[in-house]
Design a protein around this ligand. Structure first.
Ligand code: GLN
Length: 454
């Protein structure tokens, strides 16, 4: 814990941690030490973690990297972080992220950009987003692991951009209680770690039914680490042809081939599959996610949480809402609220929101069909490129940024588990990741398949 606290200070330029909690960390480490000495050490005992700023942490600033929650210190602890403390982990502090988890480059945060520890010629690169602080912190050894959240790829894309492991569990595996809501039907938290084994151990501590989240599943939590046998002989790995994009860089193509060969060498059977509705996933996601976000973000009205705008003489409650929200929400969040309210409005609901929901069902069915044919896992690249330069895409058309999520959003729309694992470097020497998508509730099996790629 002390080493991590030192590294955090020394690496402040990465802008990964936004609130450090050394007193909490040292006190928890002390307790962990006593437990270890007493031979009563749970799985995560003494493991120093960084916590994404989206998780409510009692008495510690929780702002979802937004000015609208300035100074908000929750009176309660999120279920997941509580479970991690109960398992003996240590909180080093809160991690930077895209504002309200909206973004793919960690450039929408009220705390400023996060820097990827990987560089090309001293050029600062994005660590991806929205869990960019988590990714950067784990990759740079500021913590041993971090929590992330994934609504459309925010664990897997940043994990790929910094060369670490990131897993989004099945929707409902982990409680969402106390995690600031972005798009409730898509949001899942998960571990961001240095290895598949760490991901298995941490996911187990984060999982389980929570009576405070009606969408968390009433299922026993398996021992995920025990599933890591390394034996994937006879497993059927599907390669979906729709993920082969026009103009995809050769090195992503090569990475995918390498992954296929590694699976084959480990004794798995490779099969070509089709997920015909894939091309509609991104548009459907960018209707469903903003629709839910516009509803979830209605609560930030200047009354209940955080920031309230300075009012002028004669301003009424409407001006208070308007001024507070205009000042507190960043441009990307405002864009999402506008898209969301538009697609939910009476005149456009059927044309956009309802249609996107139908597309979502078709995407889910594509996966069900493939799994029904005996496919155990699906292998794809995690991202369409390696990390790009900070500022390179932020000023471009936002749709360019949304294209980063092309391989990851399908998993959230279908509620499936997905994992990104580091799979080598591109020709500039930057990390690239592969993604494996698994059957619902079979995270153990998925982790074991990912283990074969390590
Ligand atoms: N990049 C996607 C978005 O901006 C996904 C974000 C996420 O998974 N939280 O919506």
């Amino acid at each position: 814990t002390q080493d991590c606290l030192g590294e955090i200070e020394a690496s402040a330029a990465l802008n990964a941690f936004v609130h450090n909690t050394p007193e909490i960390a040292l006190a928890q480490a002390e307790v962990a030490d006593t437990r270890i000495k007493a031979g009563d050490a749970p799985a995560m005992c003494g493991v120093p973690l960084g916590i994404k700023d989206l998780f409510a942490t009692k008495g510690v600033e929780t702002q979802a990297a937004s000015d609208i929650l300035k100074g908000f210190k929750p009176e309660y602890e999120s279920t997941i972080t509580q479970q991690l403390w109960d398992a003996g982990s240590v909180m080093l502090g809160k991690l930077n992220m895209d504002q309200f988890a909206m973004g793919s480059s960690n450039e929408t945060s009220c705390y400023g950009d996060v820097v990827n520890p990987w560089k090309i010629d001293d050029r600062n690169l994005t660590p991806g987003g929205s869990s960019g602080g988590s990714a950067s912190a784990v990759a740079a050894d500021l913590c041993l692991a971090a929590t992330g959240t994934d609504t459309g790829g925010s664990i897997r894309q940043p994990a790929a951009f910094v060369g670490i492991t990131g897993m989004k569990p099945t929707y409902g595996r982990c409680s969402r209680w106390g995690v600031v809501a972005f798009a409730s039907s898509l949001d899942q938290a998960g571990p961001m770690t240095k290895s598949v084994r760490d991901a298995a151990i941490m996911l187990e501590a984060m999982s389980g039914h929570d009576p405070k989240d009606s969408t968390s599943a009433e299922l026993a939590v398996p021992n995920f680490e025990a599933a890591l046998t390394g034996d994937i002989r006879g497993k059927k790995i599907g390669i979906p042809k729709e993920y082969r994009l026009d103009g995809m860089p050769q090195e992503i193509e090569d990475l995918w081939t390498k992954g296929r060969e590694m699976m084959q060498d480990a004794g798995a059977e490779i099969v070509d599959i089709s997920l015909p509705h894939t091309k509609y996933a991104l548009p459907a996601y960018y209707v469903v996610a903003p629709a839910e976000a516009s509803s979830n973000l209605a609560r930030y009205d200047g009354v209940r949480f955080g920031h309230r705008a300075q009012l002028a003489q004669g301003d009424g409650i409407t001006e208070m809402y308007e001024k507070t929200r205009a000042e507190g929400f960043g441009p990307e969040v405002q864009r999402r609220v506008m898209i969301g309210t538009y697609v939910l409005s009476a005149g456009f609901y059927d044309a956009y929101y309802n249609r996107a929901r139908k597309v979502r069902t078709l995407i889910k069915k594509d996966f069900e069909d493939v799994f029904a044919q005996g496919v155990d896992a699906i292998l794809t690249p995690a991202t369409p490129s390696a990390a790009f330069g900070l500022g390179e895409m932020a000023d471009a058309d936002p749709v360019q940024m949304y294209l980063n999520d092309v391989f990851t959003v399908t998993v959230n729309l279908a509620g499936l588990p997905g994992i990104a694992v580091p799979a080598g470097l591109d020709k500039q020497g930057l990390p690239l990741g592969l993604q494996l998508i698994g059957r619902p509730w079979e995270e153990g099996d998925l982790l074991n398949t990912a283990y074969a790629l390590e």
